[in-house]
Design a protein around this ligand. Structure first.
Ligand SMILES: [Zn+2]
Length: 333
């Protein structure tokens, strides 16, 4: 019944391990997740992840033999060529961890590793908001901020496979400190974590703020509370949010100037804010130089919470020499 090859997609995070069985047209046949439990270390985590994957193949009611490829998305730093993960901040103990070899040994199938932001870009290019587009920048605005870039129809990974770190572009050279050691990075101001931190700092100066009522306490404030308070018209939350979208917009405008994309896709948890995020960021992006600014469209991602799974599947399909469905449609027209 199913097309081949089916892909087993693994999305490795510090909070959860997600997996899915994905058809070559991007359809998810089964998906699920288990808590990551990073304190257990990489071997035990991978065991749990693979147990989940095996259950999902049974749940999808497909033959094991049809599951020919494995795609793995993970936060960087990592080396996709050697298939090793180099201790991302949310995965302590994953020191030069050979995830690809572990997974291949366990499953007896070729596996491919990719940075999760690049995987998300590929997912949107093949199956989401960027289908059929050639010059695309993808921003993921979540716990952290990452990204990826495709030019002339190809994902660009750079000399060390690290292209597209849009969160660590400085928009204020002597500005706020970032964990990376530089100052004024977009991530250190506008990631979900940092929106929440700035909101907590703002309410500390203003007791009785609406944000504290919504969250229960100042310590419990998240980016989602800020968005909810903005929707209610709360001026303090509005201040925090306007500064957030201004910094994000400056980052997007930089990327428009640098790469002249036809499309910028905004994904990640913070984009649940919808038009509250999209409209001001798109307005800022139009402050890029006119030829590039006039050519660019800014949209929200289409794959939502499935992006990790669908992206990891696209990584495996691309590595195995498959073409995006949109390309195939164009070729047969
Ligand atoms: Zn930084």
């Amino acid at each position: 019944m199913s097309q081949r090859p089916l892909v087993l997609a693994l999305d490795v995070g510090g909070t959860k391990l997600a997996a899915g069985v994905v058809a070559p047209d991007g359809r998810i046949l089964a998906t699920g997740m288990v808590p990551a439990g990073p304190a257990d270390g990489p071997d035990r985590m991978i065991e749990r992840h693979l147990a989940l994957a095996r259950r999902l193949v049974i749940e999808a009611a497909v033959e094991w033999s049809a599951v020919e490829l494995v795609g793995i998305g993970c936060g960087g730093p990592l080396d996709r060529v050697t298939g090793t993960v180099h201790e991302p901040v949310n995965l302590p103990g994953w020191i030069d961890y050979p995830i690809v070899r572990r997974v291949e040994d366990a499953l007896g199938r070729p596996a491919v590793l990719e940075n999760d932001a690049t995987a998300a870009l590929l997912g949107e290019l093949w199956f989401g908001a960027a289908r059929g587009r050639r010059d695309v920048a993808y921003f993921t605005i979540s716990t952290g901020i990452g990204g990826g870039i495709a030019l002339d129809g190809e994902v660009r990974r750079g000399a060390a496979g690290n292209a597209g770190e849009f969160g660590h572009q400085s928009v204020a050279w002597d500005g706020w400190p970032c964990a990376c050691g530089r100052r004024g990075c977009v991530e250190a101001f506008a990631s979900g974590t940092n929106i929440a931190r700035r909101a907590r700092e703002a309410v500390a100066r203003k007791p009785g703020a609406r944000l504290i009522e919504l969250a229960g306490s100042a310590d419990a404030i998240t980016a989602a509370h800020v968005v909810a308070a903005v929707r209610e018209g709360d001026p303090l939350a509005r201040e925090v949010w306007d500064a957030t979208t201004a910094v994000l917009g400056a980052g997007v405008a930089n990327v428009v100037n640098l790469f002249n994309p036809e499309l910028v896709v905004l994904g990640g948890g913070v984009t649940a804010a919808g038009n509250l995020l999209l409209e001001p960021v798109a307005r800022s992006a139009r402050t890029a130089l006119p030829p590039a600014a006039n050519a660019v469209e800014i949209v929200l991602a289409a794959l939502g919470s499935n992006v990790g799974i669908v992206g990891a599947a696209a990584v495996a399909l691309e590595a195995a020499g498959h073409r995006p469905p949109a390309d195939l449609e164009l070729a047969t027209r």
